[in-house]
Design a protein around this ligand. Structure first.
Ligand code: SF4
Length: 360
């Protein structure tokens, strides 16, 4: 346990946390909504800054990031807790226990060990992921700085609910992000996620302006966020406020946590969302969580050439040359997309290790 950052004292030894948009006012002895920041006699302490509960060597495609160093691996870490409380959380066994007052479990670790492990396994990046990286900011920030010193990239996989102050601290140390756009109406965020839509929309635009490579993910839940009208609004926002080149992953929901009575998203609904994205002018729309689906590939929006082929989380062929379509020469947006570069990194990253739990 270490003293948290980004908080200020309040009256009667309460504290105000300024790490995320919940801006919790926390009484002595109590925790914030995330469950991992606790008021100890007027000082805010982080219960998750010195441990990880999950660490795996993942393909970067699993984040999902499809236009960032394809074919490489990313050492992925996460701790318990979360700044939201989504009823459909696909990772609730990790995110929820501390919010219910349970012990914050995990293995003790330091940034040095994380970075050394990433290098030992040939990862091209470190991903702060699984639950919500904002809540382990005190671990992620020094780790990301050290990772940069050692030539690694940093990836932020998040619900996008960090505060302006938090985002500002991350500005120069994160290279790529996948941010959830869970719905396009505030009622959904309020009632299903215990959060608000507006700060997420604002942060997505800020991240794009900050120059991180950005991809978005929407988990499509039948009858909750999948109406044509809502999807059209979402697609128009991405096109107009973020950019038509921004990859949008439309992901399949599986019943879990508090939404066990909802059905799995029918493939037709995912395909309808894909169509709506394309009709709105989005250039890179992907259907996720449906292994082998045809829209899992990257095709050139100009000439239709198959530029990058995937099977599951593996890149099976990459024809992109110097960041461009091999047929018509259109620039394909992203970072390190070229086939040769990807192959070299993949070799360095020992793809056979992908999916392993690294030993530390
Ligand atoms: S990180 Fe967010 S949820 Fe956690 S204590 Fe701070 S303001 Fe509250």
């Amino acid at each position: 346990m270490i003293e948290a950052q980004l908080w200020k004292p309040a009256a009667d030894k309460n504290v105000r946390c300024e790490l995320c948009n919940q801006f919790c006012l926390i009484e002595q002895g109590a925790r914030g909504k995330c469950g991992v920041r606790e008021n100890h006699d007027g000082r805010l302490m982080s219960l998750s800054a010195d441990k990880v509960a999950a660490m795996n060597l993942d393909p970067i495609e699993k984040k999902p990031l499809y236009h960032f160093l394809p074919g490489t691996t990313s050492l992925s870490i996460g701790t318990p807790g979360c700044t939201m409380a989504c009823q459909f959380c696909q990772n609730y066994s990790l995110s929820m226990p501390p919010k219910q007052g349970d012990e914050v479990r995990g293995e003790r670790i330091t940034p040095e060990v994380i970075v050394e492990t990433a290098l030992r396994y040939g990862a091209a990046s470190i991903s702060y992921t699984y639950s919500e990286p904002t809540i382990f900011f005190e671990l992620a920030e020094p780790c990301a700085k050290l990772a940069i010193d050692k030539g690694l990239k940093n990836v932020w996989v998040s619900n996008g609910y960090m505060s302006d102050k938090c985002l500002d601290r991350l500005r120069d140390i994160i290279h790529a992000a996948n941010i959830d756009l869970k719905a396009f109406n505030d009622d959904f965020y309020r009632n299903i996620c215990d959060a608000r839509l507006k700060p997420v929309l604002k942060n997505i635009v800020s991240i794009k302006k900050m120059g991180w490579w950005l991809e978005l993910t929407t988990l499509l839940i039948p009858g909750m966020n999948d109406s044509d009208e809502e999807l059209r609004g979402m697609a128009a926002y991405i096109r107009d406020d973020v950019g038509a080149d921004t990859p949008w992953h439309i992901s399949r929901f599986h019943p879990t946590y508090k939404l066990t009575t909802k059905p799995i998203t029918p493939v037709e609904r995912l395909e309808r969302a894909w169509e709506i994205g394309k009709e709105a002018g989005l250039k890179y729309v992907y259907v996720g969580n449906v292994p082998g689906h045809v829209s899992d590939h990257t095709t050139c929006p100009e000439c239709g050439c198959l530029c990058l082929d995937r099977s599951g989380f593996s890149v099976t062929s990459n024809a992109i040359k110097d960041g461009k379509c091999p047929e018509c020469g259109l620039e394909i947006p992203g970072v390190g997309l070229s086939g040769e570069a990807g192959k070299n990194r993949a070799a360095k990253g020992r793809k056979s290790d992908a999916g392993r739990r690294p030993s530390i």
